[in-house]
Design a protein around this ligand. Structure first.
Ligand code: HXC
Ligand code: NAP
Length: 282
């Protein structure tokens, strides 16, 4: 889909780039010519992804940081820029989440998620934004949210509140920072079977049912999300800002449509029911 040098000259830093969707984006960006910096809390997965990228002949570096701490982010980005050159793009990908009944959440549990997802995305965006503005260079921010950023969702209330905030930040800064040539967009993925997400959010016994909720009949492939991210960080999307692109096989539309449950029945049964309801012609 992309030329092999589609991201040549880009230096993209990815929070949570050591695992799951973050890793898929890191490897894809590097394969298309970008220099990639990954950061997160644990060294081991970061080292592994950087090793894989370097082994494939591309440039990458890692740094540890907890996105809840603005000073740690600054130190990590300083270190990544020393190794790779000035950053041109940021992916706010780091997240925390778990299923819980809201009445049982402790204040600290709510804080833990909101501080990773909302405060963390803000700290990273602010840090890179200040660098780009001071240097007079353009920049791109891509935030990974979710479709319940606008519908909300039962049983993941801290994550829903935080992702809604990240989407609001994306749309707000798309206007405020356009004058500096800084674009901000988002991707709202449906279910992608990563270890991090599925081990926390997908009880095994509900997996088949979850598949049935996706009109296209399958979960997402991280490579598909990585390609959309390439588009949103690359020059082809230069006129797009403040947008959130859904990548969910139609899942959230099905959840909200009055007659969508008909698609779960054999089509001849559906046609039979509809024919029975149709008044006979006189
Ligand atoms: C209720 C919980 C809990 C749970 C933790 N807590 N797990 N409460 N149910 N399952 C509470 C703890 O008791 C504690 O409160 C507070 O949360 C903080 O917990 P810690 O373990 O001290 O936090 P920390 O070490 O900072 O770890 C953060 C974490 C952890 C979010 C809890 O799971 C984590 O590091 N996750 C990162 C990876 C991740 O979650 N990936 C999934 C992203 S998928 P008290 O009061 O006891 O101190 C995703 C998909 C979205 O976002 C869309 C899907 C469609
Ligand atoms: P994941 O593998 O668990 O990714 C989360 C990453 O965030 C990890 O690498 C983790 O690394 C990092 N992280 C967590 N807390 C951090 C902190 N305090 N500071 C720095 N880094 C931190 O899950 P994923 O599925 O790939 O999720 C990636 C993104 O996609 C998230 O934004 C998620 O909300 C979104 N998403 C995923 C799905 C899905 O179905 N997979 C659906 C919708 C949205 P450390 O633990 O080492 O810090």
């Amino acid at each position: 889909m992309f030329r092999h040098d589609a991201l040549q000259g880009e230096v993209i830093v990815i929070s949570g780039g050591g695992t799951g969707l973050g890793r898929a984006m890191a490897e894809r960006f590097a394969a298309l010519g970008a220099r990639v910096g990954v950061f997160g809390r644990r060294e081991a997965p970061l080292q592994e992804v950087v090793g894989a990228i370097q082994g494939a002949g591309s440039h990458a570096a890692w740094a540890t940081a907890d996105v809840r701490d603005a000073d740690q982010i600054k130190a990590a980005i300083d270190s990544l820029e020393r190794q790779l050159g000035p950053a041109t793009g940021l992916v706010n990908n780091a997240a925390g989440n778990f299923l819980a009944t809201t009445e049982d959440l402790s204040p600290n549990a709510f804080d833990a998620i909101v501080r990773i997802v909302l405060h963390g995305s803000f700290h990273c965006t602010r840090d890179l934004g200040r660098r780009w503005i001071a240097r007079g260079t353009p920049g791109k921010v891509l935030s990974i949210v979710t479709t319940y950023a606008w519908t909300g969702s039962a049983f993941v209330v801290p994550s829903a509140c935080a992702k809604a905030g990240v989407l609001a930040m994306t749309k707000s800064l798309a206007v405020e920072w356009a004058t500096y040539g800084i674009r901000l967009n988002a991707i709202a993925p449906g279910p992608f079977p990563t270890e991090g997400a599925f081990s926390k959010l997908m009880p095994k016994e509900l997996e088949e049912d979850a598949l049935r909720q996706v009109p296209l009949g399958r979960f997402g492939d991280p490579a598909e999300l990585a390609d959309l991210a390439v588009y949103l960080l690359g020059p082809a999307s230069a006129y797009m800002t403040g947008e959130c692109v859904v990548l969910d096989g139609g899942e959230h539309l099905k959840a909200g449509q009055e007659f969508a449950r008909f698609v779960d029945l054999p089509r001849d049964v559906v046609k039979g029911m509809m024919a029975a309801l149709r008044p006979a012609r006189s």
